[in-house]
Design a protein around this ligand. Structure first.
Ligand SMILES: Cc1ncc(COP(=O)(O)O)c(C=O)c1O
Length: 366
């Protein structure tokens, strides 16, 4: 085969593919069952009414042909209703909501539709690894800001993520207003990744970027069904906010996709407008597990998400935890250079797995 296009060569190693491979190789060596705190994959699926809605819709004749490219109107309405009821934000379901097959693809595409080759894209470091892939595919210039002390230098677009993966911090007071002011000053765009938006702790209220005055003039928010409803495998999410950016994502999708399976969209409506107890149950479960990790790991941070972020004591590495304790964590450096020496714990695992993992971690820390 002739040589690969440069855009593929520019891609960094896919962090989670590499991590899963490393953990699987260690598991295959035999010994005590490995405990995997490395993966952020919800351990509990959606509530029964969502699954039943999908089952009924899968048997519906209307689900077999190509779906509407830009999503079911009732699904976009359900997103608008959620933004109004939960986050105090008015959005136009027609012009300000794009339906996407999970927010992972949308966050990559948002870089393609906001940054020209050579434009600067600002990312949080440490930050979600696929943001870095997005910049590489767009041929844009990467710049970063410290995720734990956000200060934005000039750029074409900035990605924000609260509650954040991997740092597990909720939006610091004033950070969204500062981002809107920054975008206005530099004629720039803001992409806020709200994938963990509903998973906040210690009495915090979910805080949408779009609730900030002026936010819709400069940016969009990514809302995912994966974490709030345990629907990561279903691949459904939304780009919400600035109508011009929503239109750009729709335009790109018109050329590259043919909508999202109708049964998944119908399930999305059931999740968004049906009983919401499962969202709070999930949030409370993660908070209780988070409490246990914070009690066991001095100096650890977690204000939301299902992660805990902590600095490894001198001499301890994720590789040693994996081989000596058979405990997999996500090594911090995979999220950017400022993550070096830190690690991410995921508590999206069953309680009995948390028990064993924390025992092993305590032994290594003592
Ligand atoms: C910060 C962040 N953003 C986006 C995503 C992608 O979510 P999805 O594509 O399932 O909507 C993830 C998934 O782990 C994430 O951690």
């Amino acid at each position: 085969m002739h040589r690969r296009p440069k855009r593929l060569e520019r891609l960094p190693e896919q962090y989670f593919v590499a991590l899963l491979g490393r953990v699987a190789a260690e598991a295959a060596r035999g010994g005590e069952p490995l405990v995997n705190f490395g993966r952020g994959n919800p351990e509990v699926g959606p509530p029964p009414h969502v699954i039943e809605a999908a089952q009924r819709a899968a048997a519906d004749e209307r689900s077999h042909g190509y779906p509407e490219f830009r999503g079911l109107p009732e699904l976009r309405d359900a997103v608008a209703q959620r933004y109004r009821d939960f986050y105090g934000v008015e959005v136009d379901a027609e012009r300000e909501v794009a339906v996407v097959p999970g927010t992972k693809s949308a966050l990559v595409e948002l870089c393609l539709v906001t940054a020209e080759r050579g434009d600067t894209v600002l990312l949080p470091d440490p930050g979600y690894p696929d943001y870095f892939s997005a910049v590489a595919l767009a041929g844009a210039t990467l710049a970063t800001f410290p995720a734990l002390e956000p200060e934005l230098p000039p750029a074409r677009v900035a990605y924000l993520n609260y509650p954040s993966n991997p740092c597990a911090i909720a939006a610091p007071h004033g950070v969204f207003a500062a981002a809107v002011e920054w975008a206005e000053r530099h004629d720039a765009a803001v992409v806020h990744d709200f994938a963990y938006g509903d998973l906040v702790f210690d009495g915090r209220r979910p805080e949408s970027f779009l609730a900030t005055p002026g936010a819709k003039d400069v940016g969009v928010e990514l809302f995912s069904m994966s974490k709030s409803y345990g629907m990561a495998g279903w691949r459904l999410g939304f780009v919400v906010g600035n109508a011009e950016l929503v239109e750009r994502i729709n335009l790109l999708q018109d050329h590259t996709r043919a909508g999202v399976f109708r049964a998944v969209q119908v399930a999305g409506v059931a999740a968004l407008v049906g009983p919401q107890e499962s969202v709070e149950d999930r949030r409370a479960r993660y908070e209780a597990r988070r409490d246990r990790v914070l009690a066991a790991v001095p100096g650890a941070i977690s204000e939301g998400t299902f992660y805990v972020w902590f600095e490894l004591p001198a001499g301890l590495t994720c590789e040693r935890l994996l081989t000596e304790q058979r405990l997999a964590l996500a090594p911090g450096e995979g999220f950017g250079p400022r993550g070096e020496g830190w690690a991410r714990i995921s508590v999206a695992v069953a309680d009995d797995v948390v028990d064993v993992g924390l025992e092993r971690l305590a032994e290594a820390l003592s």
